[in-house]
Ligand binder design. Structure first.
Ligand code: R5P
Length: 331
């Protein structure tokens, strides 16, 4: 099928050039050249080195640290494409930051996930492609089309190939339970759920709840190979709490997996030294050598994103990709 838009152009910010290059390699296209530099006054400047007039432009930028720079680069790139008369501009955002700030759950706090969506649209994005949002409802913060894909099926395939007969999937909290249940169904194994309970609610000076918490486990993991699955690992705190609980409860081995390896602060040191047998993740965020260790396995999302770009450009439904990469029940 031919595109109603002129040729395809792919630009990338500086946040994750390796992924952008891998996507372009897969597409068989060059990564188009844009200069992005920061002046001494911290202002970011962008210049495209070729015309995008009437072209079908894709801007790839994962929202990772240095986060504010990543966001500003993306917004300025989108604005640059719009003002250069691009035919259509699509933002490819492998990791959408601020996903956890998606509701007013206490007085006088922002909904930054919504603010970010507004800024991305104002900057010029006419549609969005992203992977495993922290909460699917964030799609509704945009009034342009959002194609949210899931990389969880890539993780399922990886564990499926191990052919274990005593595996169990563990959700690290109630919030992820539905997606973990579907992950377990795709693997054909049972599910356990770790449940965090606040004993009492105490408000700290900044209004955040500081009450002590206890972790319960719903399900039996004794003698089982546990696969703890989450959307992201940031400091590793949540994951390690669950891992230690599983070991206390007699798990034979504990594996962990997540789509987004945010891995900030003490995460790498903690996870490397932990009893986790293997951590399986994707490359939605950069993983430089200092963030890698022998127990880390990285599965690339570049094929998935390249396929989506090709389909969007050709005006072909991405529904098949949802079927290939996203189990219909992955809620
Ligand atoms: C929370 O709801 C998320 O699914 C992750 O569990 C959380 O972002 C992990 O954060 P951290 O690694 O800092 O505990």
């Amino acid at each position: 099928m031919t595109s109603r838009f002129d040729e395809l152009r792919v630009f990338s910010g500086n946040s994750h050039p390796e992924l952008a290059q891998a996507i372009c390699d897969r597409l068989g296209l060059p990564l188009n050249h844009a200069s992005i530099k920061k002046f001494v006054n911290d202002n970011i400047f962008v210049k495209l080195h070729e015309s995008v007039r009437e072209k079908d432009v894709f801007v790839i930028q994962s929202l990772c640290p240095p986060l504010s720079d990543s966001i500003m680069e993306m917004l300025i790139l989108l604005d640059t494409c719009k003002r250069a008369s691009a035919g259509r501009v699509t933002a490819i955002i492998p990791y959408y930051a601020y996903g956890r700030t998606d509701k007013k759950d206490q007085p006088r706090v922002p909904i930054t996930a919504r603010l970010l969506a507004d800024m991305i649209q104002v900057a010029g994005a006419q549609q969005i492609v992203t992977l495993d949002l922290h909460a699917g409802q964030i799609q509704g913060f945009f009034s342009v089309p959002v194609n949210e894909l899931s990389a969880l099926s890539l993780l399922v395939r990886y564990f499926d190939a191990k052919g274990w007969d005593n595996a169990i999937v563990v959700s690290p909290d109630m919030g992820f339970a539905k997606r973990a249940r579907n992950f377990a169904e795709m693997l054909g194994v049972p599910l356990a759920i770790a449940e965090k309970r606040r004993l009492q609610n105490l408000a700290s000076q900044d209004g955040n709840l500081t009450s002590p918490e206890v972790l319960n486990l719903i399900g039996e993991v004794k003698g089982m190979r546990c696969i703890v699955v989450d959307d992201e690992i940031a400091t590793g705190g949540s994951m390690l709490e669950v891992v230690h609980l599983l070991i206390q409860r007699g798990a034979e081995e504990v594996y962990a997996c997540c789509v987004h390896p945010v891995l900030v602060g003490p995460a790498v040191e903690r996870l490397r030294a932990s009893p986790i047998k293997e951590l399986v993740t994707t490359d939605t965020l950069p993983l430089p050598p200092e963030k890698r260790w022998p127990g880390l396995t990285v599965i690339s999302v570049s094929n998935l994103l390249a396929e989506v770009i090709q389909r969007i450009h050709s005006g072909i439904s991405v529904d098949n990709i949802f079927q290939l990469h996203r189990h219909p029940a992955l809620g």
